[in-house]
Ligand binder design. Structure first.
Ligand SMILES: Cc1cc2nc3c(=O)[nH]c(=O)nc-3n(C[C@H](O)[C@H](O)[C@H](O)COP(=O)(O)OP(=O)(O)OC[C@H]3O[C@@H](n4cnc5c(N)ncnc54)[C@H](O)[C@@H]3O)c2cc1C
Length: 360
């Protein structure tokens, strides 16, 4: 079996494969039940390696422990991009997971037309044949940037959340910040301390009053996303299901008068953005905090998508090809969801699965 990706979801799958007695395909290449994890990063940490500098353990939403391995207490001021990768590294070492990195999977294809035949997993480091694949590639490598007329004519800088490092680079600037999600609100609160920020969203952001009771609202959100993926619908953004919370940074931005939303601009011009009311707002930078989509391009040859662009799921299993499991996808796009999905995918996979190196 091949697991693609070693973030929270892939590591959870690895843990459960170990527990169920799957051998390392690296130590025992011919073993009947064996697995390998292929990860594009050059070190442990998944997407956490790339979070912006000022995202600390105090400002993340909360990171669930990986299975069977408690996080040791960390300084709340520690950057998440250091603390989480250190935790993942310790987990990988403790669990002795067979992870190969850096290995980027470029495509997955069917070796033949047999429904239980092998899948060929092509990567920049060779090809693997597997009876099943657990895909855990997250979203970070697939940022969404919407298209607006005149975008290419803009004379200033455009960047996505993915490229944001810290507020210092915006000092004294005029910034158009686009997006209505959690990252947008965090970045608005930060950058508005050193720059003039104009916040644009397509829809009026909805802030939930009275906090978030995960055991109630969390369950409700998960059922809605599950219903969408089981119907093969394209899922919306995280915030379209969860809405926004009055987090300390949202409240701080509100208190400073920074949480002022404008309707989406209609056009981008060399010196700025043309507002819905026809006026021009000159800006130096456009920051697209417009989210991410599941990074599944390498699975395209398997034609898992329906005519609406969605992938119909049964739990973690793809309805169109039961050999393929997607974890950290749909309802499992959170650290706790990724944990559970890793467990569920391994549980549901049949016995006698084994990968073998075809070429490298
Ligand atoms: C800014 C931000 C903050 C967040 N904060 C929280 C939070 O506080 N709490 C929470 O529960 N959730 C949070 N989330 C959601 C978060 O993304 C998930 O909870 C979780 O970290 C995702 O884990 P993952 O394993 O699915 O993906 P990732 O951590 O993205 O891991 C995917 C791995 O797959 C690798 N990969 C990708 N493509 C390939 C390929 N083709 N071949 C090989 N390897 C590949 C990547 O390099 C990466 O190592 C946050 C998301 C964002 C964007």
């Amino acid at each position: 079996m091949v697991v693609i990706g070693a973030g929270q979801a892939g590591l959870s799958a690895g843990y459960h494969l170990n527990r169920r007695g799957f051998a390392s395909a690296l130590a025992e290449p011919g073993a009947d039940r064996s697995f390998v994890i292929l990860d594009a990063e050059d070190r442990p940490g998944g997407a956490w390696l790339h979070r912006w500098e000022s995202l600390t353990m105090a400002t993340v939403n909360g990171i669930f422990d990986l299975p069977g391995f408690r996080q040791t207490p960390v300084d709340p001021a520690a950057p998440a991009r250091q603390a989480v990768p250190a935790y993942f590294a310790a987990f990988e070492q403790q669990m002795r997971l067979p992870i190969l990195r850096p290995v980027t999977v470029t495509s997955a294809t069917r070796a033949d037309d047999e429904p239980d035949g092998e899948l060929l997993i092509d990567s920049d480091s060779g090809t693997w044949a597997a009876r099943a694949v657990i895909n855990a590639t997250g979203t970070w490598t697939n940022p969404t940037v919407p298209a607006y007329p005149g975008q290419e004519s803009f004379a200033g800088r455009q960047l996505h959340t993915k490229d944001y490092t810290s507020l210092d680079e915006f000092t004294g600037q005029r910034v158009a910040l686009v997006g209505g999600g959690i990252s947008a609100v965090q970045q608005l609160e930060e950058i508005s301390q050193v720059a003039e920020v104009f916040w644009y969203t397509r829809r009026e952001p909805i802030f939930r009053d009275g906090g978030f009771a995960p055991e109630v609202e969390g369950r409700d959100v998960i059922s809605k996303v599950t219903a969408d993926v089981e119907a093969g619908n394209l899922t919306g953004s995280v915030v379209s299901y969860t809405h926004l919370s009055w987090t300390p940074y949202a409240l701080a931005a509100k208190k400073r008068g920074a949480l002022v939303r404008r309707p989406m601009f209609t056009q981008i011009e060399p010196e700025g953005v043309r507002n819905a009311d026809g006026t021009l707002t000159p800006v130096d930078t456009i920051l697209w905090a417009t989210g991410f989509r599941a990074a599944l391009g390498h699975l395209d040859p398997l034609t898992l998508r329906n005519e609406r662009g969605g992938i119909e799921m049964r739990g973690t299993q793809v309805a169109a090809d039961p050999r393929v499991h997607l974890i950290g996808f749909g309802p499992s796009q959170s650290t706790v969801g990724a944990n559970r999905a890793g467990r569920d995918a391994v549980r549901s996979l049949t016995k006698h699965l084994h990968p073998a190196i075809v070429s490298s």
